[in-house]
Design a protein around this ligand. Structure first.
Ligand SMILES: Cc1cc2nc3c(=O)[nH]c(=O)nc-3n(C[C@H](O)[C@H](O)[C@H](O)COP(=O)(O)OP(=O)(O)OC[C@H]3O[C@@H](n4cnc5c(N)ncnc54)[C@H](O)[C@@H]3O)c2cc1C
Ligand code: HEM
Length: 352
C-alpha cells in the first residue's frame, strides 16, 4: 500500500539529494534516478518538490510511468490519478482508435462472442509478449528470439498466421480461447489487426512474414505429402523457418525475367540451382527457401533446404533489419527432385 501524501510534504523534498515530484496525482522519488534520467538531471532539479504533470506529459508517453512504477512512493491525499493505466488486453479509450465493431456504440452481425474472446486473448498475448520484444528488436535491428517463436508456436499463433484451413484442425488457439475449426476469415482479420499493434514495421515482417507467404505455397503446391506434413509440423512448431525467394536484382515485377537457373540431372533425381535472390524477408534465419527458378521452357518452383552452396547476406533497407531482409546466392545447390512445387516449367502459375 502506497502512502497518502500532501503537497506540502512533497514540497520539502526539493534538493538534489532528496528529490520528489508529482505526476498525475502520484508522487515519485527521483533522488536515485537523476543520473539515469535520459533527459538529464537538470530538468528534474527544476521541478523538485513540484507538480510536474504538464511538463511530464508534454515529453513522455504514459507507458514511461508504468515502466518506472517502482519510483512511485505514494498518491496525494484525497486525489485520484486521472490518466488511464492501460492493462494488457485492454481496448483503447481514445476515440476511433479501435475498429468500429469494438466500439460500444456499434453492433456487428459478423463478429461473435468467440471472436471477441479471441481478440482479447490475442491482444493480451501481444501486449505481454510480442510488443516488448518488437520495440527492442526494431531499435537494435536484431532478429526475433527463439523464445518468442516458441511461445507463439505453443499458443498456435503461428498456425493462425496461415489463415483458416486444414492445418488448424484439432488445434486449441490461445489456451483454448477458440478451436482451430472455428477460426474463420473474421478471426483471420482479428489476428492481422492484433499482431500489427506492436507499432514496429520491420519487426512485424521479421515475425514470420516469410513463413506466412511461403508455407501457404507449400500447402498448396508441394506434391510430396510426407515432406509437406513434416515441414508444416516443424514450421508451425517454430522449429524450422522458411521464406519465399522469388525477386532478384534482375527481376521484380517482371517475374518472367528471373535468371536463377535450375537444371535436372539426367537420371531425373536432382536439380542443380545457380543464381541470386534479393529482398527476401526472413532469409537470414530461414531453413527453407521457396524459390522461383528458370528452367528449359518456363519457370519452376523448388523448395530448397539451406545447405551447401546457399549463402545469405543481410540487406540494410529503409526499415529495421529486424525484418531480416536478405540477399541470397545459390551456387551449384543440389535439390532432390521431389522438392518440386507445382509442375516443371509451369512455375508462373505456382508463383502467381
Ligand atoms: C522490404 C521488402 C521485402 C521484400 N520481401 C520479399 C520476399 O520475401 N520475397 C520476394 O520474392 N520478394 C520480396 N520483395 C521484393 C518485391 O516483391 C519486389 O520489390 C517487387 O516485386 C517489385 O519489384 P522491384 O523492386 O524490382 O521493382 P520494379 O519491378 O523494378 O518496379 C519499379 C517501378 O516500376 C513499376 N513497374 C514495373 N513494371 C511495370 C509495368 N509493367 N507497368 C507499369 N509500371 C511498372 C513498379 O510499379 C514500380 O513502381 C521485397 C521487397 C521489399 C522492398
Ligand atoms: C517519473 C518521472 C520521470 C521519468 C520516469 C522519466 C523518464 C524518462 C525517459 C524514460 C525518457 C526517455 C524518452 C522516453 O522514453 O519517453 C525521458 C526523457 C526526457 N525527460 Fe523524463 N522522466 C520523468 C520526469 C521528467 C520531467 C518531470 C521532466 C521535465 C521537467 C522530464 C524531462 C525529460 C526530457 C527533456 C527528456 C528528453 C526528451 C527528448 O529526447 O526529446 N522528465 N524521461
Amino acid at each position: 500500500m502506497k502512502a497518502a501524501l500532501t503537497r506540502q510534504e512533497v514540497g520539502k523534498h526539493n534538493s538534489e539529494e532528496d528529490l520528489w515530484c508529482i505526476v498525475d496525482h502520484r508522487v515519485y522519488d527521483l533522488s536515485d534516478f537523476l543520473d539515469a534520467h535520459p533527459g538529464g538531471n537538470v530538468v528534474l532539479q527544476q521541478v523538485a518538490g513540484q507538480d510536474a504533470t504538464t511538463a511530464f506529459y508534454n515529453l513522455h508517453r504514459h507507458e514511461v510511468l508504468q515502466k518506472y512504477a517502482s519510483l512511485c512512493v505514494g498518491t496525494l491525499e484525497n486525489e485520484t490519478p486521472e490518466v488511464i493505466d492501460q492493462q494488457p488486453g485492454d481496448l483503447s479509450q481514445v476515440p476511433y482508435a479501435e475498429p468500429l465493431w469494438l466500439t460500444p456504440a456499434y453492433s456487428s452481425p459478423y463478429y461473435t462472442d468467440k471472436h471477441r474472446a479471441l481478440r482479447k486473448a490475442l491482444r493480451t498475448f501481444v501486449d505481454e509478449h510480442v510488443t516488448p520484444e518488437a520495440q527492442e528488436k526494431e531499435k537494435d535491428g536484431t532478429f526475433i528470439s527463439q523464445e518468442l517463436i516458441d511461445k507463439m508456436a505453443k499458443e498456435n499463433v503461428l498456425a493462425m498466421r496461415l489463415g483458416p484451413g486444414e492445418h488448424l484442425k484439432g488445434r486449441d488457439l490461445l489456451s483454448g480461447t477458440m478451436k482451430g475449426e472455428d477460426f474463420d476469415a473474421f478471426a483471420d482479420l482479428i489476428a492481422s489487426q492484433e499482431l500489427a499493434r506492436t507499432g514496429s514495421r520491420g519487426f512485424q515482417d521479421g515475425n514470420m512474414a516469410g513463413m506466412t507467404i511461403s508455407l501457404t505455397a507449400v500447402q498448396h503446391w508441394l506434391q510430396n505429402e510426407p515432406l509437406k506434413r513434416k515441414l508444416t509440423e516443424e514450421v508451425l512448431a517454430g522449429k524450422k523457418k522458411m521464406c519465399l525467394a522469388i525477386t532478384e536484382a534482375f527481376a521484380g515485377s517482371d517475374v518472367q525475367g528471373l535468371r536463377t537457373t535450375a537444371e535436372l540431372s539426367e537420371d531425373g533425381k536432382t536439380w542443380t540451382v545457380n543464381g541470386t535472390k534479393k529482398w527476401i524477408t526472413n532469409g537470414m534465419f530461414s531453413d527453407y527457401f521457396v524459390t522461383g527458378c528458370k528452367t528449359k521452357k518456363g519457370l519452376t518452383v523448388l523448395l530448397i533446404p539451406r545447405g551447401e552452396g546457399v549463402e545469405t547476406k543481410l540487406i540494410k533497407t529503409a526499415y529495421s533489419t529486424a525484418a531480416a531482409t536478405t540477399y541470397i546466392q545459390f551456387e551449384n545447390v543440389k535439390v532432390p527432385a521431389d522438392h518440386l512445387m507445382g509442375e516443371v516449367d509451369k512455375g508462373m502459375i505456382t508463383i502467381m
